[in-house]
Design a protein around this ligand. Structure first.
Ligand code: NDP
Length: 289
């Protein structure tokens, strides 16, 4: 088995890299380097300067956007070796990733987009869904290393993984907001949100928002910070570029993006995405409980 490396030990990357470190010799690098040292201490990975990451046969990234991935790639480029595979778990932009793949190809490095779904809980449990974009043989080469995944689907050429991820997150945004609108109205009428969800979750309106996010985070008033609102708005922007690139009809997703842009302006990019429902509660002067 090759040595692997993980770049970007954030809310997702830190636990994902822990699964790698349990199975493979794992190098880690993080911009705020003390997080890499903490990871080394906790999981037996090896915290190294960025250039040393190039020693690995498979390099993982999980950074906010493709922009940061491309910046890191430029810094690493002089050190990269032909035959290296780059697995980008960032929820990135398909078009920018195709450019990055071309740039890395010049050095003989194979890039795959490999965004994940399942949240920080899925990253900790090692039950993430991975959607891969890239050539078939590269997918088979990296598949044994996806130690944090429960489900792996090869969805198409480079960029396809990012496109699927953006549409998935657009659906998350729609479901969450729509459930919030409905529940606020029901609560205002005197129906308990808990009872309403008991019905909805045994009926056709259910979604991850009604089954998990709202019961665990809104009804409890816990609102943990696991997935920043700013990152969801970024994903909605990518989804719009995917739709517009195909000139696909998109009235609902366009509106959804505007709603979350507004939530980001009101609550700030660091708020958790589920906190968007606090806006609805404020407008209706009613709490979802
Ligand atoms: P975080 O903000 O928790 O982590 C971001 C990571 O990127 C940190 O390690 C940060 O380093 C690093 N970073 C930021 N800017 C730079 C830069 N300019 N150069 C180098 N490193 C940088 O984000 P998440 O882990 O939540 O998200 C990462 C990706 O995963 C995003 O694309 C997100 O959309 C996606 N995602 C997130 C999910 C979630 O539930 N949170 C679920 C599925 C996908 P530092 O520690 O120094 O700040």
């Amino acid at each position: 088995m090759d040595k692997v490396a993980f770049i970007g030990l954030g809310a997702m990357g830190y636990p994902m890299a822990a699964h790698l470190a349990r199975r493979f010799p794992t190098l880690v690098w993080n911009r705020t380097f003390r997080k890499a040292l903490k990871h080394q201490e906790a999981f037996g990975s090896r915290a190294v300067p960025l250039e040393e990451v190039a020693e690995a046969g498979v390099i993982f990234t999980c950074l906010p956007t493709t922009k940061e991935v491309a910046q890191v790639a430029e810094r690493l480029l002089p050190h990269l070796r032909p035959g290296t595979h780059w697995v980008d778990a960032t929820s990135g932009d398909p078009e920018e990733s195709r450019r990055l793949a071309q740039r890395l190809r010049e050095k003989g490095v194979v890039y795959l987009d490999a965004p994940v779904s399942g949240g920080t809980a899925g990253a900790e449990k090692g039950t993430l869904t991975v959607m891969l974009g890239g050539p078939e043989e590269a997918v088979e080469r990296v598949r044994p290393y996806l130690a944090y995944a429960k489900k792996v689907v090869h969805v198409g050429p480079v960029g396809a993984g990012h496109a699927v991820k953006a549409i998935n997150n657009a659906l998350l945004a729609v479901n969450l907001w729509a459930a919030g609108e409905g529940l606020v109205a029901l609560v205002a009428q005197g129906v308990s949100a808990k009872k309403a969800l008991e019905v909805i979750n045994a009926s056709s309106g259910r979604s991850n928002a009604t089954e998990n996010l709202i019961p665990e985070r809104v009804l409890t008033r816990a609102f943990p910070k696991t997935f920043a609102l700013g990152l969801l708005v970024k994903d909605l922007g990518i989804a719009m570029r995917v739709l517009e690139g195909e000139k696909a009809p998109s009235p609902l997703l366009r509106l959804t993006r505007e709603v979350y842009e507004m939530a980001k302006r009101e609550l700030g990019p660091e708020a958790d995405h589920v906190e968007a429902l606090k806006l609805l509660e404020r407008w209706a002067n009613a709490e979802i409980r």
